[in-house]
Design a protein around this ligand. Structure first.
Ligand code: IFM
Length: 436
């Protein structure tokens, strides 16, 4: 990996990302049940019905993991806070041990000179709130505001940055339309409501954090570069619809106070009454936007009801997830986002990385190549004037890859899920050489 810090603008932030349920061990420390626990316990949803009860046992091994981050030379660490660890029933009674845990995490980062970059929500909705309709229920915005005030009232004075919700597309579409993530619904009305309420909750949380006096607040969206599998007009239309649902819906709400027409064609009739009046909250000004990027998708027309698209396999090299390696998409998203939505607003790549079938003693050269190519793509965007301020790899360590269980290894650090031993991989060493 032939980079030095001098290849990036002065003050550029390098870091890694994780999320609470994927690493902490949700069974420890008094956390309440979540929609992921019941989703995973339902046969057929998750590979081998694996869950996050133990995960990487980060709850007990936090100091080891923070030392790994420090040895890597990370400037910042993107972690998430578990709603059900802080508020086991989603509202009401606080779990003091949960607040203490995040307090120690933030202090442990600061002691090591690492900037704490907090995400409030990364998918483990407390079961008590899922029982009330979860993201389908408009009240989720005020429940989330309460959680935001509770956790940020404790750590908000020391975090470097904060974003309310990781990857709203996954919360809305993947979980309510595709049914691939908890709560596993396949319902267009639920989807429309979840996609809108997730933005409403985002906006309210930003306002709560502003009222607490916090700064450096942003949003984190995930993107897949969509390309047509042919030239037929219906293929081009299908590709535009995919792009609108995946990539433009949330940016539209956050930065243009509107949703793309290609999405309204399908979801419009199912959005909650008065949705147009929520944009004052949704579009509350931000200090930065984070882009999570992994791959592109080739899209073709599909007969039947809206959205009339299907994904088709492409010819490019693939990761362990079966995702094509397409670094150009990262460059093009950065350029398009700045040009069409965010202008001079600072951008961050808040996730980028690959799953690879790593063992603890084989060098993960494929990951080094992947990261090198994506860092090059980021540099190209910077050279074209994009105000990119930092880059976070997903992930610090192998962890629970949701419906795919523990097989898909995204880490810079190998985790043996029997002994829970951590072993830095070749990619970790390659980054450490120039991050330190
Ligand atoms: O593991 C996930 C993470 O939770 C959110 N972004 C994508 C990663 C890889 O699939």
């Amino acid at each position: 990996m032939n980079f030095s810090r001098a290849d990036f603008p002065e003050g550029f932030i390098f870091g890694t990302a994780t999320s609470a349920y994927q690493i902490e061990g949700h069974g420890f420390g008094g956390a309440g049940p979540t929609q992921w626990d019941s989703f995973a316990a339902t046969p057929g949803n998750v590979v081998r019905a694996e869950n996050g009860a133990v995960a990487c046992d980060h709850y007990h091994r936090m100091n080891t993991d923070l030392d790994l981050l420090a040895d890597l030379g990370a400037d910042a660490y993107r972690f998430s806070t578990s709603w059900a660890r802080v508020l086991p029933d989603g509202r009401g009674q606080v779990n003091e041990a949960g607040l203490d845990f995040y307090d120690r995490l933030v202090d442990g980062l600061l002691e090591r000179g690492i900037k704490p970059a907090a995400t409030l929500y990364h998918w483990e909705l407390p079961s008590a709130l899922a029982d009330l309709g979860g993201w389908r229920n408009r009240d989720i915005a005020s429940w989330f505001a309460y959680f935001t005030a509770t956790i940020m009232g404790r750590i908000g004075d020391r975090v470097w940055s904060a974003a309310p919700i990781n990857e709203p597309w996954c919360v809305g579409w993947l979980s309510h339309f595709d049914g691939h993530h908890a709560p596993g619904l396949r319902d267009i009305r639920a989807t429309a409501r979840a996609m809108h309420h997730v933005l409403l909750a985002h906006g309210q949380a930003i306002q709560v954090m502003r009222d607490l006096g916090m700064s450096n607040l942003g949003a984190v969206c995930n993107f897949e570069w969509s390309q047509p599998a042919g030239n037929a007009p219906e293929t081009l239309r299908a590709t535009a619809t995919y792009d609108a649902i995946y990539n433009r819906f949330f940016l539209g709400g956050l930065f243009k106070r509107s949703y793309p027409t290609e999405v309204l064609v399908g979801l419009g009739a199912h959005l909650p009454r008065g949705w147009q009046d929520d944009f004052d909250t949704i579009a509350t000004p931000l200090d930065w936007l984070g882009l999570n990027y992994y791959t592109r998708k080739l899209i073709d027309h599909a007969p039947g009801p809206w959205p009339n698209y299907r994904e088709v396999g492409g010819p490019l090299e693939k990761t362990q997830m079966g995702w094509e390696v397409y670094p150009e998409g990262l460059r093009d998203f950065l350029i398009r986002t700045a040009a069409d939505y965010t202008g001079d607003l600072p951008l961050y790549v808040t996730e980028n990385g690959m799953a690879n079938p790593d063992t603890h003693n084989t060098p993960d050269t494929a990951r080094i190549a992947y990261l090198t190519r994506h860092l090059d793509a980021a540099r190209e965007a910077i050279a074209q004037g994009v105000p990119l301020k930092g880059y976070f790899t997903w992930s610090l360590m192998d962890n629970y890859e949701w419906a795919l269980g523990y097989d898909k290894r995204f880490g810079l650090v190998h985790v043996d899920f029997d002994s829970l031993q951590r072993t830095p991989k070749a990619s970790y060493q390659a980054l450490a050489k120039w991050w330190r």
